[in-house]
Design a protein. Structure first.
Length: 93
């Protein structure tokens, strides 16, 4: 369980940092991190860090698919983790 917590913290810090780095690169008109890359890290557990980074850095807030997508991924992850911990998997008996 401790490894899972460490993993989740690490991946959230990584996506938070990626949002900040991408914002700085956007300001300087440099090479950017792909939107697919940002979503991929969100899907593997970094949705909270991405959502926080989006609003802290004011980055990608004009794109509806980020404004809706990151929090939606986060909700799905929270529900999945809760079901896993409680040993209940919806729709599967």
């Amino acid at each position: 369980m401790i490894w899972f917590v460490i993993y989740v913290l690490a991946v959230n810090v990584i996506l938070f940092s990626m949002m900040g780095i991408d914002k700085q690169r956007a300001k300087k008109k440099q090479w950017r991190i792909s939107e697919m890359g940002l979503f991929l890290v969100a899907i593997v557990g970094g949705a909270l860090g991405g959502t926080i980074g989006m609003y802290i850095f004011h980055h990608k807030t004009r794109h509806w698919y980020f404004v809706v997508g990151f929090p939606l991924i986060l909700v799905i992850q929270c529900i999945s983790i809760t079901c896993f911990i409680e040993g209940k998997i919806p729709f599967i008996q």
